[in-house]
Design a protein around this ligand. Structure first.
Ligand SMILES: [Mg+2]
Length: 254
């Protein structure tokens, strides 16, 4: 049986770490409960307020690090003090993304065509999302058997295209025309801020890159029961919210 950490005890660990502290958080499955259609995801009630309160502490920096595009993350309404790093690190709110090269444009075009065909193969409920440098097949609402075979053939076809990076999540397959990962994104931002401690919270396979990229003095937290290299575990977004509130509470009364 999976052993989960107590959010209150874990908040004490984070509050005791050397500051300034960068807290990086994934969105889906961490701040927002997983829903069938990614477009309908909403932050858990209270998350926005709890993050804003924590972010007011000048020794705490908060970054949302997601596979979602910045345009998509914008609709969650994160306060301006929170850094938004989207598309697995390719985009940052308030900064322009380096333009795609012709080679990347051509690759994205090819990957988009393959993904559109795969969605048709997966059948009803499958849909395609287009991001600035990647394309995503979503199959959470599609038939399990047809979508498994569609994902397998799409993965194989994409792997044959030079320069493509492939990210597989829960019921999604994303094909990137330009490589990016959350590990590079969080270490870059950590260095930019000069953070003494970095905390990263994530639930999915792509978050493992961030966990692996962080060092011994950092704090890595997996949400849910999947295999991980993270040092701590929280059960679900409700526990993440309890943990955020408690970190703020301890720092306030500290
Ligand atoms: Mg997630």
């Amino acid at each position: 049986m999976t052993r989960y950490d107590d959010p209150i005890e874990l908040a004490a660990v984070v509050a005791a770490a050397v500051r300034p502290t960068l807290i990086g958080l994934d969105v889906d499955g961490v701040l927002a409960p997983i829903v069938a259609h990614a477009g309908e995801a909403r932050l858990l009630e209270g998350v926005s307020e709890a993050l804003s309160a924590l972010e007011d502490d000048e020794q705490i920096h908060i970054a949302v690090v997601s596979g979602r595009s910045i345009a998509d993350l914008d609709r969650f309404g994160f306060s301006p003090g929170i850094a938004l790093i989207g598309s697995h690190g390719m985009e940052t709110r308030g900064r322009s993304m380096p333009r795609l090269s012709q080679e990347e444009i051509d690759r994205l075009d090819e990957l988009s065509k393959l993904t559109t065909n795969a969605a048709a193969e997966a059948g009803k409920g499958a849909w395609v999302e287009t991001k600035p440098a990647s394309v995503v097949l979503h199959v959470r609402e599609a038939d399990a058997i047809t979508s498994e075979s569609a994902i397998q053939s799409l993965r194989a076809a994409a792997a044959a295209i030079d320069g493509t990076a492939i990210k597989e999540g829960s019921a999604v397959l994303e094909l990137l025309a330009r490589p990016a990962d959350k590990g590079s994104a969080i270490t870059l931002y950590k260095a930019e801020l000069g953070a003494a401690t970095t905390v990263f919270v994530g639930d999915d396979v792509t978050d493992e890159d961030a966990f692996a990229a962080l060092g011994d003095s950092d704090i890595t937290i997996k949400v849910g029961d999947a295999v991980t290299v993270a040092n701590y575990r929280l059960n679900d977004p409700h526990d993440v919210l309890r943990w955020i509130r408690q970190v703020h509470e301890v720092l306030q009364t500290g």
